[in-house]
Ligand binder design. Structure first.
Ligand code: URA
Length: 308
């Protein structure tokens, strides 16, 4: 039973990390989940001295960052996945650092050294895994900013090399560019910790605040004409959190990050959820054509028709 619960919790966390917050379930599955919750609760009650309060929410022990609600007020047969605050160690305030005078590449090397040896970043990385620093062209006109490393990225120490990364690479090449011609970084330099090895969760505000100066320093070195924020977490990291912000309303719009123009678009992992459906791909592609126009990359008629 425990293994079964962990498998479900892992999958739900993965989906949550991709931005989905509900799953369609048939009546039998809802019954089974409710039964599991009841069994878990009974086991907890047996092993704990009750405070006398009736718990309002039932959580799966061992999956404390998730609770599964199948209440009547939700749409029929939709079970909401609710992330409570993840259990993370305390994150200190970011510490000041200085970069040497010199060329962009000397500064970048120095910054990379600071980040890769940062004790707070390293304290969050599991043995055998890596802190992930940005990569790419230091004279790039376009700086893609993602959220945080996932499993593949923390293994290789390179941003965007997993499934979402492969899709980002395809987007870049559809723009007529190579990965080496742009810069790719993340809000976070470590993969947000989870109690299991699979799945991703969005970083907390403290985690983002700790890593943000490192991202800002990379942007200051590259001085891109355009920063592309990939997904809501990147927007929250760059512009500050705003619970009322809706990606559907802000994507495709220009704003500023420092001296750079900021384009907001969907994260490639969000696109992956849509499989072969071209609607979302086209929206992202329109955002990328706006970026191409802004930096002066010619757009062919064939490119203009992608995903139509
Ligand atoms: N998703 C991100 O936001 N960044 C990565 O590096 C990989 C996946």
């Amino acid at each position: 039973m425990r293994e079964f619960i962990e498998t479900i919790a892992d999958e739900l966390r993965r989906m949550l990390g991709e931005g989905r917050d509900s799953v369609p379930l048939d009546d039998d599955s809802v019954r089974i989940l409710r039964r599991m919750q009841a069994d878990e609760l009974a086991a907890e009650r047996r092993s704990e001295i009750s405070s006398g309060d009736e718990p309002e929410e039932v959580k799966f022990a061992g999956a404390e960052d998730l609770k599964i609600e199948a209440k009547k007020e939700y749409a029929p047969k939709q079970v909401r996945i609710v992330a409570s605050r993840p259990q993370t160690r305390t994150i200190p305030d970011p510490k000041p650092f200085e970069l040497p005078d010199g060329s962009p590449s000397e500064k970048w090397e120095a910054l990379r050294g600071i980040v890769l040896s940062d004790p707070v970043c390293n304290a969050h990385v599991k043995p055998g895994k890596k802190v992930v620093f940005g990569t790419g062209n230091l004279s790039a006109k376009i700086f893609f900013c993602g959220e945080a490393p996932g499993a593949d990225e923390e293994t290789q120490g390179i941003p965007f090399v997993g499934r979402a990364g492969q899709l980002l690479t395809k987007i870049i090449s559809a723009m007529g560019l190579k990965r080496e011609e742009v810069y790719i970084g993340n809000i976070m330099n470590w993969r947000p910790e989870m109690s299991t090895s699979r799945g991703n969760r969005p970083p907390t505000s403290e985690e983002m605040a700790y890593c943000l100066p490192y991202l800002e320093a990379q942007i200051a070195i590259v001085r891109p004409q355009v920063v592309v924020a990939l997904g809501k977490t990147a927007v929250n990291g760059l512009l500050g959190e705003d619970p009322n912000r809706k990606m559907g309303a802000i994507r495709g719009k220009w704003s500023k990050f420092g001296d750079s123009d900021l384009m907001i678009t969907y994260h490639p992992s969000f696109l992956l959820q849509y499989g072969n459906n071209n609607t979302m791909k086209r929206l992202v592609w329109e955002d990328m054509m706006a970026v191409m126009e802004r930096v002066g990359i010619p757009i062919s008629q064939k490119q203009r028709n992608y995903f139509l």
